[in-house]
Design a protein around this ligand. Structure first.
Ligand code: C2E
Ligand code: MG
Ligand code: MG
Ligand code: MG
Length: 281
């Protein structure tokens, strides 16, 4: 009986695995088309300066539009990374972001707004990555410090020596770099010492527990203190309540981002949000 059950379980697992493999193959095929047809769209979510409540930066978040149906990055970015397609997607995103920054360049009310884009560990380990950015800065006219790249800890650690050089070159170009989801990866203090970065983005899991779990509050305060002592800017993500914002302000955090402030929106809607209430909340 047990043997029979075991066999059935094995079959069940097999079917689930098979389904996942089929789905990944399907997504891979569609992704190749999407890259050719440029079916990607950027949504933008504001980051505010906590003391002035002003929107100072927008994070670009990719969306894949398949016949009016929206697919979120968590579903296709890992597959794109796995199948060697991420570089082309990043090119698309960089292109769109730089074009937008160059359009804002002449506009008084938008010209100081920066754009942050998410970069995969696969991108940053490609040898000529900074040359690609240098090329974009030549082609599009805008202040380089308005372009921010968000990298996760795992992306940084994968090839530390290589990444160190790349980040140095990016700094020389004037581009800013943030560590995304800080506190959930390796959180090695050695790389904070070694690497040229500008911002730490405190992961939303700590922000979510900030008001209810003393340990989470202690962790957030410690990240803020380490960041401040190193001269880095601190950004809290996943701010969903007014009380989060008030506490982060009291704790010395610089910037905040989250549903309480604004959800990710298509650019046209976001511009309306900014124009209507450049000072939000
Ligand atoms: P991330 O960079 O940490 O982005 C934050 C994610 O949290 C976004 O999900 C955002 O919509 C969501 N979020 C924002 N505020 C809140 C909040 O208050 N509460 C909660 N629960 N969630 C909030 P999204 O857009 O689905 O992106 C997921 C991840 O996909 C991103 O995490 C990033 O790692 C990756 N990603 C997004 N766009 C790109 C891209 O263009 N290229 C690459 N390589 N990765 C991207
Ligand atoms: Mg991010
Ligand atoms: Mg994040
Ligand atoms: Mg994340």
């Amino acid at each position: 009986q047990a043997k029979k059950q075991g066999k059935n379980q094995y079959k069940l697992f097999d079917a689930a695995l098979e389904e996942r493999v089929q789905k990944a193959i399907y997504i891979e095929e569609r992704l190749r088309q999407a890259i050719l047809l440029k079916q990607f769209e950027l949504y933008f979510q504001p980051k505010i300066d906590i003391s002035s409540r002003e929107v100072i930066s927008l994070e670009a978040l990719i969306r894949w539009n398949v016949n009016g149906h929206m697919i979120f990055p968590d579903e296709f970015i890992p597959i794109a990374e796995d199948k060697g397609l991420i570089g082309k997607i990043t090119d698309c995103v960089l292109e769109m972001a730089c074009e937008t920054l160059s359009q804002w360049h002449g506009l008084a009310h938008l010209k100081n707004l920066s754009i942050a884009i998410n970069i995969s560990g696969k991108d940053i380990s490609v040898d000529n990555f900074f040359e690609k950015l240098a090329g974009l800065l030549k082609r599009y006219k805008f202040e380089p410090s308005l372009l921010e790249l968000e990298l996760t800890e795992s992306a940084l650690i994968s090839n530390l020596a290589n990444v160190k050089d790349t980040l140095m070159h990016l700094k020389n170009l004037g581009i800013k770099v943030a560590i995304d989801d800080f506190g959930t990866g390796y959180s090695s203090l050695a790389y904070l010492q070694a690497l040229d970065i500008h911002y730490l983005k405190i992961d939303r899991q700590f922000v979510a527990a900030l008001l209810t779990e003393p340990k989470a509050e202690a962790i957030v305060q410690s990240i803020i203190d380490v960041g401040k002592n190193l001269g880095l800017g601190l950004i809290a993500e996943g701010v969903e309540q007014a009380d989060h914002l008030a506490r982060l302000d009291a704790m010395g955090c610089d910037q905040a981002q989250g549903y309480y402030i604004c959800r990710p929106l298509p650019l046209s809607e976001l511009i309306k949000f900014i124009s209507g209430q450049r000072k939000c909340t």
